[in-house]
Write a protein that binds this ligand. Structure first.
Ligand code: APR
Length: 259
């Protein structure tokens, strides 16, 4: 298993054993699973988006209502890149685990849709998805591209039914999470193995799924480049790069990570 230390290889073996033995394992992912697909995360020291931009300006409901057009022009190039991104080994090993009946679902904070592109079927997008925009009043849904086109033409992104603002269907700071979060909480309470990949676990309520699963008796495995507030609570912590760890896990479990 190339690129791993002896310690990381041992921990990957332990994770493989736990996945084989688990009754109802689940995964929780963050932006760290998509960086190797070319999508920057939020809090990495050098490249995280929040290192250069204030999330309260460009990712809060209040900021959106205040300057909706600026919101679209800030996110348009980033959302545009999401459409070109391809899944990497981390997405593919989770899809392979689900196909092998060794993962009941992926709860993801990511809006890039790459788990679905990689073949994962049960994906709970608890922070929404970049593909569409939704009216803040009547709930009308349109493709994000259609609404962004109106902004490009200098028009306000308003609903063609009721005239209220159309907002990208991603959860902004200060917003409630979508109903799918209740299902994610149910999964966390019934799982016996929660594997967290690529999240700093600093944003609630999603980060709260880790103690929730732990208190319900699940084993917790964290895979991340940097420490998280839940490292102490976890049963296994693999500090490392998700690409090599995912490829090593796939090899250990006999999965072919088709491109
Ligand atoms: N391998 C391993 N770890 C990685 C890799 C990688 N290739 N790339 C990044 N990481 C780690 C970073 O070190 C970081 O700890 O992934 C973590 C990503 O953390 P964040 O950038 O905070 O992303 P996330 O946890 O998903 O943020 C949660 O915050 O801003 C909101 O809504 C946004 O969904 C997001 C939420």
């Amino acid at each position: 298993m190339s690129g791993l230390t002896e310690e990381q290889r041992r921990l990957v073996d332990d994770l493989a054993r736990r996945l084989r033995a688990a009754r109802d394992p689940m995964a929780l992912t963050g932006a760290g699973v998509s960086t190797e697909s070319g999508i920057p995360d939020f809090r990495s020291a050098e490249s995280g988006i929040w290192r250069e931009h204030d999330p309260m300006e460009v990712a809060s409901l209040e900021g959106f209502r205040r300057e909706p057009r600026r919101f679209y022009t800030f996110w348009e190039p980033r959302f545009g890149k999401l459409g070109e991104a391809r899944p990497n080994a981390a997405h593919r090993v989770l899809a392979a685990l689900e196909r092998a009946g060794m993962l009941s679902g992926v709860v993801t904070q990511n809006i890039d849709g790459l788990h679905g592109v990689a073949g994962s079927e049960r994906v709970l997008e608890v922070h929404g998805s970049y593909r569409q925009a939704r009216c803040l009043r009547c709930g009308r849904v349109e493709s994000l591209e259609a609404v962004t086109e109106r902004v490009r033409q200098g028009r306000l992104p308003i609903c063609e039914d009721c005239g209220e603002l159309m907002k990208p269907d991603v959860v902004l700071f200060g917003e409630q999470l979508p109903p799918v979060f209740a299902e994610a909480t149910r999964l966390a309470r019934q799982t016996d193995l929660l594997v967290v990949l690529g999240s700093s676990l600093g944003v609630h309520p999603v980060a709260g799924l880790v103690p929730e699963a732990h208190e319900a008796g699940a084993a917790v495995v964290l895979i991340n480049r940097e420490p998280s507030p839940y490292d102490e609570m976890a049963d296994v912590v693999i500090h490392g790069e998700l690409g090599p760890v995912s490829r090593a896990l796939a090899e250990r479990l006999g999965f072919e990570l088709a491109d």
